[in-house]
Design a protein around this ligand. Structure first.
Ligand code: FMN
Ligand code: SF4
Ligand code: SF4
Length: 253
């Protein structure tokens, strides 16, 4: 059983790749939260995985919310692992995950991390598709190793991208301060397709007179609405327009 959260597809790809290699089931955390589906039963010997993007060296608020209600009936000594996808560094997010899982009676046996394209376009520019493909191809090689370790239920802390993790608390405190939807703007280019509202994991967007309106003050700032808009009509502050849109694409080679 693999739970994942993903706004722009990196973590979804990782979860689906692992599912293919291990034969495990996949669940979208945002769908579970929307349907209030929190009770799960593991089969004997089934692996339990958590795949998520790093937000300010910590967990996305949607993942946090999911973990608060998650109830997994453990059949026996099931192997539990996590894979974080990040652009640069994870901080101590996996340690926080371990703490939160332990409150749900779940022990984490292994943690992994992968560097993929950084979708935080408030800062990073994602317009260079060649550079993006290079970064994701490197991650794909590492993902093959992770799948092998997960398949064989290897325990250990394999995350090489923690950085100076004692600063995690400070870094992650910024997340809550920035979870503010007021900088979102929509341009005249909007065609009123409603995709942004439909796919928002926090139901923060409502369509009013054919245009999106951010009705919640706080959201998870996953930037999924911005990156997935078919006409690039959504901005968040002055930098996101020039930094481009990103969604994960399978390498066709
Ligand atoms: C609000 C926000 C905060 C982020 N913070 C970090 C961070 O602290 N460290 C990092 O390496 N990447 C950070 N990222 C980048 C994402 O973790 C990374 O691009 C991830 O692979 C996206 O996964 P997804 O495509 O499954 O949504 C951040 C992205 C967002 C949207
Ligand atoms: S996804 Fe883009 S085009 Fe579609 S409603 Fe939202 S802003 Fe408008
Ligand atoms: S409003 Fe946009 S950034 Fe905020 S949670 Fe919804 S999709 Fe993500």
């Amino acid at each position: 059983m693999i739970f994942y959260f993903s706004a722009t597809g990196n973590s979804k790809h990782v979860a689906e790749y692992l599912a293919k290699k291990t034969g495990d089931r996949v669940y979208s955390i945002s769908e579970c939260v929307q349907k209030m589906h929190f009770d799960f039963k593991l089969k004997k010997g089934e692996r339990l995985g958590f795949v998520y993007p790093i937000y300010y060296w910590g967990l996305p608020s949607v993942v946090d919310e999911f973990l608060k209600s998650l109830c997994v009936e453990k059949y026996g000594k099931n192997y539990v692992y996590s894979v974080a996808t990040c652009g640069v560094l994870t901080g101590g997010a996996d340690m926080d995950l371990a703490k939160k899982l332990s409150k749900r009676g779940i022990g984490l046996h292994a943690t992994f991390a992968l560097r993929m394209v950084d979708n935080y376009t408030l800062v990073f520019n994602v317009k260079n598709t060649e550079k993006n493909e290079k970064k994701n191809s490197k991650a794909e090689e590492e993902l093959a190793n992770i799948a092998f370790l997960v398949y064989n239920r290897s325990g250990g802390y394999y995350n090489r991208f923690r950085g100076f993790w004692p600063a995690t608390k400070i870094a992650h405190a910024t997340y809550d301060l920035t979870r503010n939807t007021s900088p979102f703007k929509v341009s005249q280019d909007c065609i009123g397709c409603g995709l942004c509202a439909k796919n928002c994991p926090t139901s923060a967007i409502s369509m009013e007179y054919g245009k999106p309106v951010w009705v919640n003050k706080k959201c998870s700032i996953c930037l999924g609405c911005l990156h997935r808009c078919p006409v690039n009509a959504i901005t968040y502050g002055p930098t996101t327009k020039r930094n481009g849109q990103y969604t994960f694409k399978e390498n066709k080679d």
